[in-house]
Design a binder for this molecule. Structure first.
Ligand code: UDP
Ligand code: MG
Length: 334
């Protein structure tokens, strides 16, 4: 297959209920795009009928390419796997559950070409279909990221976006572990535009994003782009120092005045407060150490089991694509 104009990367984890609906909606649209394309389904180590459905789909629709990961790597890593392998001049990443309308892809492509931009963000204009909890937590997430980091991430832009080849190559060349793509991409600062869309309800199946994974993403996002929490720890420490100084003055005065007996409560409170602040600061530090440690270990965030394009089983000792892609980037990552 020659390199297509457009790659559509779709991460899928246990999406057997959604795949038929997704394909029914996407296929007529894709056939009207008027460009060559590949639908790159990344099977993120699904344990339901997803791999079977994808193999069947591939026989019916030759634009479909299946990359299966050896184990569940998570949403962001699955998208990264897709970006590493996608060959298109433009690459769109979209969820499989039809929360991101596939109709918007054509619009993104048109905007990218007309305005000659590298990135077209899908911006959620209406999230009324999400649960109140999801909306509140998502809002808090984007707000705190904006407040804490230098990244001008668009509020309510998720992982539904179009990227140019240059953007995808730049992202692929980053050695960063646990990338949060919705921050990594705006941080590149490439020329961009956005199109609005209405976030729909999940078409079938359940969300694969429990609270734990959402928190993980938030922590990765903040620690990946901001050292504000570390500063916060420093300020807390300084504040504690000033308070300690005041207590010292008070203690010396009390000693000189001779009334040193009452003091149990204040002692306990001070010890407890200082202990709590220290633990908090340590915890914050720990998150950054974890990131540094992960970067040092440089463990691949995913392993490809097979890729229908290249065919056959892949070795697990490298995630490097057999397709020449990353040679230009030279010594990134050491
Ligand atoms: N997903 C994935 N690996 C995971 C979790 C999710 O590939 O470990 C995929 C999932 O199949 C879907 C997309 O990521 O296509 C978004 O997940 P989901 O819809 O469950 O998240 P939500 O929309 O609830 O935030
Ligand atoms: Mg979803």
């Amino acid at each position: 297959m020659p390199e297509p104009e457009l790659s559509v990367v779709v991460p899928m984890y246990d999406e057997q209920d959604v795949i038929p609906l997704f394909v029914d909606r996407l296929r007529p649209l894709a056939e009207a795009w008027g460009v060559t394309y590949e639908i790159l389904c990344v099977d993120d180590g699904s344990s339901d009928a997803t791999p079977v459905l994808l193999q069947r789909l591939r026989r019916e629709w030759d634009a479909v390419r299946v990359v299966r990961l050896r184990a569940n790597a998570g949403h962001q890593a699955a998208i990264s796997a897709g970006l590493d392998r996608a060959r298109g001049r433009y690459v769109v990443t979209i969820d499989a559950d039809l929360q991101d309308p596939p109709e918007t892809i054509a619009e993104m492509l048109a905007v990218a070409r007309e305005q000659d931009v590298d990135v077209v963000y899908g911006v959620r204009e209406d999230r009324s279909s999400d649960t109140a909890f999801k909306r509140v937590t998502a809002r808090a997430f984007y707000r705190s990221i904006r407040a804490l980091s230098d990244v001008d991430s668009r509020v309510d832009a998720g992982d539904f976006r179009l990227m140019s080849r240059a953007t995808v190559d730049a992202v692929n060349a980053l050695p960063e572990q646990n990338r949060v793509l919705r921050l990594v991409v705006p941080a590149l600062g490439f020329p961009s535009a956005s199109v609005g869309y209405t976030r729909a309800e999940r078409a079938a199946g359940d969300s694969k994003y429990p609270l734990g994974k959402m928190l993980r993403l938030a922590v990765d996002g903040v620690t990946g782009f901001s050292i504000a929490p570390l500063r916060f720890a420093t300020w807390l420490g300084l504040l504690g120092g000033v308070a300690a100084l005041a207590v010292l003055v008070y203690a010396v005065a009390a000693m000189l005045l001779g009334n040193t007996l009452p003091g149990w409560t204040s002692t306990v409170v001070v010890v407890a407060a200082v202990g709590a602040v220290q633990l908090l600061a340590l915890g914050i530090l720990g998150e950054y150490v974890r990131r540094t440690y992960a970067a040092l270990q440089a463990r691949p965030t995913y392993f490809v089991a097979h890729d229908s394009l290249t065919g056959g089983e892949e070795r697990a000792d490298a995630r490097v694509t057999p397709l020449p892609r990353r040679d230009a980037s030279g010594g990134t990552g050491g």
